[in-house]
Design a protein around this ligand. Structure first.
Ligand SMILES: *Cc1c(COP(=O)(O)O)cnc(C)c1O
Length: 220
């Protein structure tokens, strides 16, 4: 495993699905990884990363952005409304917009700053009670509300239930996006990104297959 192998597998999956080369953005999910592993991947040329925690990202990315021109960071973890201001300053995209209060906050920030990160709506495709995300049946009206607030909508995002075949969830997300005229699909992780690409993913979020396993006990 590692960046080169995953990049090659993304290209192969694009080709296998009849998709254009480069049509899938690989997000290297660097949460909780030791800095030297992230630096190695930056040095290898990767420029798009994903983080789950505002605080952790704030401690790492301002310096790396200055050092590695073109580096971009997407927020892929749950976002508390009281961290939204810090998040819009740190991230190029937020994949976890999942409720009206957060949308209102992001719209206010966008108006004040004259800019906003690109937004993905997280959909709870498995309707799991413990999981974040808008329920599939509520997606259409939520998107209509976001459009009325003039927020920059890039697409939809999902995290399928852990012990189920992910493919039907990817297909469901693609259908919801299409029906709402959205082209971005953030779906697929280390274990299933090829299935996600086959189903139309435009952004795959791959962590451990690039960096190795995460050691949560080592978090400072
Ligand atoms: C951690 C995380 C990933 C990456 O997971 P891997 O299994 O390590 O590839 C992708 N998406 C989200 C939302 C995550 O929280």
């Amino acid at each position: 495993m590692g960046l080169a192998e995953i990049t090659a597998r993304v290209s192969a999956a694009e080709a296998a699905a009849g998709r254009a080369p480069g049509s899938v953005a690989l997000i290297a999910v660097s949460k909780v990884q030791p800095p030297e592993r992230v630096v190695a991947v930056l040095d290898a040329g990767q420029r798009l990363f994903g983080e789950n925690y505002v605080q952790e990202a704030a401690g790492k990315w301002p310096a790396w952005r200055a050092q590695y021109p073109g580096a971009r960071v997407h927020m892929i973890g749950p976002l508390q409304t009281n961290k939204a201001k810090q998040a819009v300053e740190l991230f190029d995209a937020i994949h976890t917009l999942d409720r009206p209060a957060l949308a209102t906050k992001l719209a206010n920030l966008a108006q004040r700053r004259g800019a906003s990160p690109e937004l993905f709506v997280q959909v709870n495709t498995g309707a799991e009670p413990q999981k974040a995300g808008v329920l599939p049946e509520a997606v259409d009206s939520f998107i209509a509300d976001l459009r009325a607030m003039d927020l920059p909508l890039a697409g939809l995002m999902c995290i399928p239930p852990e012990h189920e075949d992910a493919a039907p969830h990817f297909a469901r997300l693609a259908e919801l996006a299409k029906r709402n005229g959205l082209t971005g699909l953030s779906m697929g992780m280390s274990s299933d990104f090829e299935a996600a690409i086959a189903a139309g993913a435009t952004h795959v979020r791959v962590g451990s297959a690039i960096f190795g396993a995460r050691d949560y006990s080592a978090r400072g």
